[in-house]
Design a protein around this ligand. Sequence first.
Ligand code: GAR
Length: 203
Amino acid sequence: MLKARIAVLVSGGGTNLQALIDAQGSGIIKSGEIVLVVSNVPGAYALERAKKAGIEAVTLSKKLLGGQEKFEAALSDVLESRKIDLIILAGFMSILSGGFTSRYPRRIINVHPALIPSFCGKGYYGLRVHEAALDYGVKVTGATVHYVNEIPDGGEIIAQRAVYVEEGDTPETLQRRVMENAEWIILPEAAETVSRRIMKERE
Ligand code: GAR
């Protein structure tokens, strides 16, 4: 069976990448195959996870390449040369320009650690999202997987899952619960749903 060729973009620890790799192993992802991991941060641990799984790992540093435009041009080159069908942002901490995202309509998905439209958009990433949720005092948060367009965290929602805030939560404990009980579940499921759609459209 032909599979959608998936690239995963990362910046850090890569636990969501690991969830995708594991889901591929267990058969949750069966319509797609992760063939490439790209990090915009040199030395990110996610690169090790890719290598351990036998997946090609590439680093593209905005700074070394000379800015956003050059970074996106290099990223496009890498994606085109590997014939990528689906781009998954899994803890990717850089915003892609509208010029870039418009070239891949419904072909880029992102996992965000909150229930969009809460605690999202520019400046809301990583631990900051959970700090903001705790500061506000919400009792329920969660994660969202959505298509990526020119509006940061503004594309069509594919999946969401709620997680309760608990008494005494810190940003770290809340982040961990949201990852375990939401992100690591809905991201692989969404990767399968979108891969299946892409391959079906090709029939
Ligand atoms: C995850 O919680 C992910 O949702 C979030 O950063 C963390 C990355 O962890 N992403 C964003 O905030 C993007 N706006 P990971 O590297 O272990 O997957």
